[in-house]
Design a protein around this ligand. Structure first.
Ligand SMILES: [Fe+2]
Ligand SMILES: [Fe+2]
Length: 164
């Protein structure tokens, strides 16, 4: 098992637990306090995936796109990269519903937007587990994993560079 992939899988498990909580909190959100707590949880989920998680996944995808097998999975990988943007957009829709607060009909819209976000997130992670991680473990070389380790260390050190 490659350490990078192992950590991305652990992130997915942790995120799945937070997403289930988010869905439940959206269903039970009645008061301003509930909405605040929902926002804090959504902030946590967004920070989780917008941090090192999406960054490392996209680095793994770029690496795969540079291999001789790239043609085999190009469209699947582009779709996953696009998904990261879609997830950001869906999160914005949940924030928008939280901001609407106690306006008439907000609860149904809030539950619906949270459901869409959670469902898309879980499907995306499942797809990555089955395709992205599978291809990466199969096709990336030790040198490529080593280069990814260096990118990860640089990201964590705040020395972020797409071209490194
Ligand atoms: Fe992803
Ligand atoms: Fe992921």
């Amino acid at each position: 098992m490659v350490a990078i992939i192992d950590e991305l899988k652990q992130d997915h498990r942790a995120m799945a637990a937070l997403l289930v909580q988010l869905q439940r909190k959206a269903q039970n959100a009645q008061t301003p306090e509930h909405l605040n707590s929902l926002r804090v949880l959504l902030d946590e989920i967004v920070a989780f995936s917008d941090g090192i998680h999406h960054y490392m996944e996209e680095q793994v995808m770029n690496c795969l796109l540079s291999t001789e097998h790239a043609e085999d999975y190009k469209s699947v990988l582009y779709h996953m990269i696009e998904d990261h943007q879609i997830l950001d957009d869906l999160a914005e829709l949940v924030y928008a519903q939280i901001d609407r607060g106690d306006r008439l009909g907000f609860r149904a819209a809030l539950i619906r937007s949270a459901d869409r976000f959670v469902k898309h997130h879980l499907q995306h992670a499942d797809n990555e587990q089955k395709k992205l991680f599978f291809y990466a473990e199969r096709h990336l070389t030790d040198e490529q994993w080593h280069a990814l380790d260096i990118k990860k260390a640089a990201f964590l050190a705040g020395n972020f560079s797409e071209s490194a």
